[in-house]
Design a protein around this ligand. Structure first.
Ligand code: CTP
Ligand code: MG
Length: 398
């Protein structure tokens, strides 16, 4: 790892839906060659000077993005943060800003859709912000003759020398960008416009023709031609990605919830309910953590936090099925899962087979085994205050 202090963050916004591209999946996850738009963008980002890299993606793509970013980052994987985006680009930048490390002074905001942006542009933006303290926008001269129009009619000419086509990454002093976002009361076309509206100076540096934004199918075709003409060395999958991996997860919930007890994917009529976010199913939550941990994809909070309100009241089956999908999208299949639950009640063994079958089905047929024990009256499980579960999972490269 680098030993110098990281004073720069690059927020890569990739949470858009790609309506105009119309490829059937979020734009950043569409392939240019064997790699996605996001992956190509991250190549440029990680080839630039070391910076915290905050990738902002649709809530259900966090796992995939984490896997892509880790693979591209190699030894720099500690620099990666992935967060769920917002409804608008501005909302997504805000989500990214909230995760920038405390000691970062300079923040760049970059469109994942500008996938082929050379790392040199990124380094020059950082350098210019550091040198001047101003907002910095890479931009290209406008080559076409630009006309003012009203419907079909051309009503005037625009002096080209007064125009430039703005690109990303746009760089700012962190304090200025954060303050400008806090006061922004409307949607702006880009970050520079938002910061300029707050009264700050923005300067231009030379952009790159490779930084064009992939917006339409024609743009994607253009990116494919460029990549095919100048093949970038294929990324070798990290060694860590090609061997089976184990992971561990634990969870604790207290009795005292509303309604019925849900544990190990089963409803237990007549037993006191566990409390907590969702149904308090400690067995299911421990399994989710063990699986995500094994795959190096963060933990339950990374994927099922406040950005996914649809999971607030969910039971084990929904959590486990989504976890399996996240793992599969990141190139992992589940080997087996082993859980031990420590609880004074309910008496688990009569329903063990049933619980294992429900959990296994939710994980696409993976082998799941659950054992249970009391703790001889000791500790919070022994006092019947709550339930504790420990899970170990094995995941295998798909
Ligand atoms: N973006 C984002 N969050 C949003 C909207 C956009 O992070 N809610 C990102 C996109 O992923 C993209 C960049 O902002 O990298 C520029 O936006 P654009 O090119 O408009 O992408 P999309 O919004 O995905 O495309 P479209 O407008 O065609 O739907
Ligand atoms: Mg858009």
């Amino acid at each position: 790892m680098t030993t110098t202090r990281i004073d720069t963050a690059i927020i890569v916004v990739a949470a858009g839906s790609g309506t105009r591209l119309g490829a059937g999946s979020p734009k950043a996850f569409v392939g240019i060659d064997e790699h996605t738009i996001l992956r190509h963008c991250l190549r440029g980002v990680f080839d630039a000077a070391p910076a915290q890299v905050v990738v902002v993606v649709p809530a259900d793509r966090v796992g995939e993005a984490l896997a892509e970013a880790h693979e591209q980052a190699g030894e720099r994987r500690d620099l990666v943060t992935v967060v769920a985006g917002g409804e608008t680009r501005q909302g997504s930048v805000s989500a990214g800003l909230s995760r920038v490390w405390a000691d970062v002074d300079i923040v760049l905001v970059h469109d994942a859709a500008r996938a082929l942006t050379p790392s040199g542009v990124i380094d020059r933006v950082i350098g210019a912000v550091r040198e001047t303290g101003h907002g910095v926008v890479p931009a290209l001269d406008v080559i076409d003759t630009i006309k003012r129009v009203e419907g079909e009619a051309i009503t005037g000419a625009v002096d080209r020398s007064e125009l430039a086509a703005a690109q990303t990454p746009q760089g700012f002093r962190r304090d200025i960008l954060v303050a400008a976002y806090e006061r922004a009361a409307q949607e702006f076309t880009d970050d520079a416009a938002l910061v300029a509206d707050a009264g700050h100076h923005i300067m231009r540096i030379e952009g790159s023709s490779l930084s064009f934004k992939i917006t339409t199918p024609a743009d994607l075709a253009q990116a494919r031609r460029i990549v095919a003409d100048a093949p970038i060395a294929p990324v070798r999958p990290a060694l860590a990605h090609r061997v089976p991996r184990v992971g561990v997860g634990t969870d604790v919930h207290a009795f005292g919830g509303e309604g019925a007890l849900w544990l190990a994917g089963l409803e237990w009529p007549g037993e006191p309910a566990l409390s907590g976010h969702s149904d308090g199913d400690a067995v299911a939550h421990a399994i989710v953590d063990a699986l995500l941990n094994a795959a190096g994809l963060g933990d339950i909070g990374t994927h099922f936090g406040t950005a996914r309100p649809e999971f607030a009241g969910a039971h084990a089956e929904a959590f486990l099925a989504e976890t399996e999908r996240i793992l599969a999208a990141a190139g992992w299949r589940i080997g087996n899962v082993s859980v031990q639950v420590q609880a004074q009640r309910p008496k688990f063994s009569p329903r063990r087979d049933e619980a294992e079958a429900v959990l296994a089905a939710a994980l696409g047929g993976a082998a799941v085994s659950v054992s249970a024990t009391t703790t001889d009256g000791l500790g919070f499980p022994g006092r019947a205050e709550g339930v504790q579960a420990f899970a170990v999972a094995l995941v295998i490269p798909a």
